[in-house]
Design a protein around this ligand. Structure first.
Ligand code: HEC
Length: 273
């Protein structure tokens, strides 16, 4: 793709979070309008139906198209993305059918409108999950989330408090502090997740990021060790940078074979510079 077209498409994609609010607004307006048109006082509201229907159809189409462009950036948790993508895509034909039914508005039209609004809410929910994470709207999970950002990740072994592993006590906190904001459940840049051991070993777009036993050949370390002004340096310039001790610690752990089950108590700690 041409060098000009790509940023233009990216930009259009990034309008998605703004534009989605248009079909949401129009469809909800339509529902209110239909209820109002049933009353004697606001009967005239029905006159606005064709206009609001056309606005709903056009805005749904544009928002969905931008959504597909945005998804190409690939920074989203795949599960929630798939749901949001396909429900959002399904909304387009649903709204088009609504437009067709709206020409002779009867019971079918009203039922279809109700169904479309439900689909809209569910789609919006998965969209919110993509941006904010799962427990954003669940007040009873906020304290858990604040205490342990990995509360629901498979790497948090239940017996850890008594005998932490090297991984959970030393390695994961560094990744948590400096990397998970971009390589975690909410954003997974380069499809790399560093919030769980599984993610660390699964690697990203370029394949594995860790070569157990060989820190200097591991992409994760290479990217950390690049000069700060290199485009590929991690974390990107301008973001908080780990202390050299912390990088040395990650290297030590990889050179040890990158174990996830060895306990902290089993080892004598290295002299990090
Ligand atoms: C501000 C966001 C941000 C932070 C923080 C961040 N990264 Fe990245 N990372 C990116 C982006 C964007 C890419 C993809 C572009 C690239 O490869 O440079 C990436 C790519 C990578 C890759 C290449 C993955 C692959 O398969 O191509 C590695 C390895 C990596 N990051 C490691 C880390 C580590 C380790 C940390 C924490 C010490 C970290 N990143 C923190 C944004 C970030």
């Amino acid at each position: 793709m041409s060098e000009l077209l790509n940023p233009a498409l990216l930009w259009l994609g990034r309008l998605h979070p703004l534009l989605v609010h248009l079909p949401i607004g129009f469809l909800i307006l339509l529902a209110i309008l239909e209820c109002a048109a049933g009353t004697t006082r606001f009967r005239a509201a029905a006159a606005a139906r064709p206009l609001v229907l056309v606005a709903s159809m056009l805005s749904a189409l544009v928002a969905a198209a931008c959504g597909w462009l945005l998804a190409r950036e690939g920074d989203y948790a795949p599960g929630a993305l798939a749901w949001h993508r396909w429900l959002g895509t399904a909304l387009v034909p649903a709204v088009l059918v609504l437009g067709a039914l709206g020409r002779t508005p009867g019971l079918a039209y009203r039922l279809w409108l109700a169904g479309t609004v439900v689909l809209l809410v569910v789609t919006g929910h998965f969209g919110g999950t993509l941006v904010r994470g799962e427990d954003y709207l669940l007040p009873w999970r906020w304290s858990e989330r604040a205490r342990d950002p990995r509360a629901d990740s498979a790497s948090a072994a239940p017996m850890e408090a008594a005998s932490p592993t090297i991984y959970s006590a030393l390695v994961q906190p560094v990744l948590e502090q400096y990397c998970v904001g971009c390589h975690g459940p909410e954003k997974a840049k380069a499809r790399l997740r560093l919030d769980t051991a599984e993610g660390v070993f699964a690697g990203g777009d370029s394949g594995p990021v860790i070569e157990p036993g060989r820190a200097s050949r591991s992409l994760l370390i290479k990217r950390l060790r690049l000069p700060l002004d290199s485009d590929e340096h991690m974390p990107p310039d301008g973001k908080p940078q780990p202390h050299p001790h912390q990088i040395a610690l990650l290297e030590w752990w990889i050179n040890l074979g990158a174990p996830t089950n060895r306990l902290l108590g089993e080892l004598s700690l290295p002299n990090v510079p």
